[in-house]
Design a protein around this ligand. Structure first.
Ligand SMILES: Cc1cc2nc3c(=O)[nH]c(=O)nc-3n(C[C@H](O)[C@H](O)[C@H](O)COP(=O)(O)O)c2cc1C
Ligand SMILES: C=C(O[C@@H]1CC(C(=O)O)=C[C@@H](OP(=O)(O)O)[C@H]1O)C(=O)O
Length: 399
């Protein structure tokens, strides 16, 4: 059983999204503002649709927090959907008289979209209206994940861990990545419309988003997530389900439309020789987090043997293009069985910058779980003492 457990509920156009986070120690400072800041970051990004204009996500604590601190009890978080006002009839949990008319509820989705969950979900769950599927497949659900992730991020911050991300590719355009990333990566990335550090490449990306929109098409891309301040030894090599690389990959790949994750050098490592791939180790006194050694390079991206090395954790996350196209692809209408143009409602042209923020949240949740597994503690103070005592021991080894 994980040490930090979380689950979410809520439909895209339902009244609200909820997240339940269990296992957080008592005494962690936690304000709605900490969570709202992350929710706002998830809403950014050039290329998003009208929905992000409708919503201004704000968290309400339902349980687990008192006077700005966690209680050690389950934390229940709620984020309301403003768009609910426009969907109350269609999404009403109670049956309505119009349900018995030949049309049934309005706006049934039967022209299933290639690349979305519509068709497979309809067949598997034996439904007639793809709305019954898309409402939960929608990445609106990631709002609740980011809220939960903000709690995890707060826990990690109390141990000196920082998580950031930036966009490195969009729609066929690569960004130049600086040799040294800014210390406050998110402050730099969040200041730009695509969360990209290369302002010249970003102009070309924006032009491609505009062109795709005009053409009724959509775009994907890649974000890099970077985590600093991690101690050596989170995760474990001993069993498949304790390896941190696998846990991170599963969490990241569960984000809607994410189709791949690379760690460190990633796929490129397969094309190179061992001498070009592995990170040489040198003594580095005064670095207790890494056991007083240092990797000359960080091609492994901060992971060896399913454990953190203490070097920055570097993940690259690939997102496919959005599957709702305004110039729709060919599909089948599941009501008539005839060929049709896929359903097309207002939708994002791209959401790669938001995906980077969601990937940060998923990484935070996995890392906070690994921290609690390694250090335990019912209060923040106990967790911090356990962490400090471990680092002291690691520092003694090659000091
Ligand atoms: C932040 C974000 C926003 C998204 N916005 C849309 C959208 O507006 N329209 C759409 O069709 N898909 C959108 N998607 C992708 C779909 O949710 C996703 O493709 C779908 O759930 C099917 O899952 P799969 O692509 O992982 O197979 C978005 C994904 C993310 C992460
Ligand atoms: C609502 C969000 O993203 C939505 C994700 C999404 C999808 O199919 O994944 C489809 C769109 O939903 P709607 O049709 O309501 O505009 C996006 O806006 C969000 O990120 O908060």
């Amino acid at each position: 059983m994980p040490h930090l457990r979380f689950s979410t509920a809520g439909e895209s156009h339902g009244p609200a999204l909820v997240a339940l986070v269990e296992g957080v120690p008592a005494g962690l400072p936690l304000l709605a503002a900490h969570i709202d800041q992350e929710l706002a970051r998830r809403q950014q990004g050039y290329g998003r649709g009208r929905r992000m204009v409708i919503e201004t996500d704000h968290v309400e604590f339902l349980a687990g927090v008192r006077a700005g601190e966690t209680l050690g009890s389950p934390i229940a978080l709620l984020v309301r959907n403003k768009d609910w006002a426009n969907w109350e009839a269609i999404m009403d949990p109670a049956p309505r008289p119009e349900d018995d008319t030949p049309e049934g509820r309005k706006r049934q989705v039967t022209r299933v979209r290639p690349g979305h969950a519509d068709l497979t979900g309809l067949l598997k769950f034996d439904r007639d209206d793809a709305r019954d599927i898309l409402e939960r497949a929608s990445a609106r659900e990631t709002t609740a994940r980011v809220a939960a992730g903000a709690v995890a991020r707060q826990l990690l911050a109390a141990l000196g861990v920082r998580i950031g991300s930036h966009l490195v590719h969009l729609g066929g355009v690569d960004a130049a990545v600086p040799a040294e990333l800014p210390v406050d990566l998110n402050a730099a990335a969040d200041a730009s419309p695509l969360r990209c550090l290369d302002t010249i490449a970003e102009q070309e990306m924006i032009a491609r988003i505009d062109a795709a929109k005009k053409d009724g098409n959509t775009l994907g891309g890649i974000c890099e997530v970077v985590v600093t301040g991690l101690p050596v030894g989170l995760g474990a090599h001993v069993s498949w389900d304790r390896k941190l690389d696998g846990r991170l990959a599963a969490a990241i790949c569960s984000i809607p439309a994410v189709k791949g994750v690379e760690m460190g050098m990633g796929f490129e490592a397969a094309r190179r020789t061992g001498a070009e791939v592995h990170d040489e180790i040198v003594p580095a006194p005064g670095n207790p987090r890494t056991g007083n050694v240092r990797r000359v390079t960080n091609r492994a991206g901060g992971l060896e043997g399913g454990m953190t090395t203490g070097e920055p954790l570097v993940l690259r996350v690939a997102m496919k293009p959005i599957s709702t196209l305004m110039r729709p692809l060919q599909t089948v209408d599941v009501k008539s069985g005839e060929t049709a143009a896929a359903a097309a409602e207002h939708s994002d042209v791209t959401a790669v910058p938001a995906m980077g923020v969601i990937a940060e949240a998923m990484a935070a949740l996995v890392l906070a779980d690994a921290v609690l597994e390694k250090f335990g503690g019912d209060s923040l103070g106990e967790l911090q003492r356990n962490h400090a005592s471990y680092l002291q021991r690691v520092a003694e080894r090659l000091g």
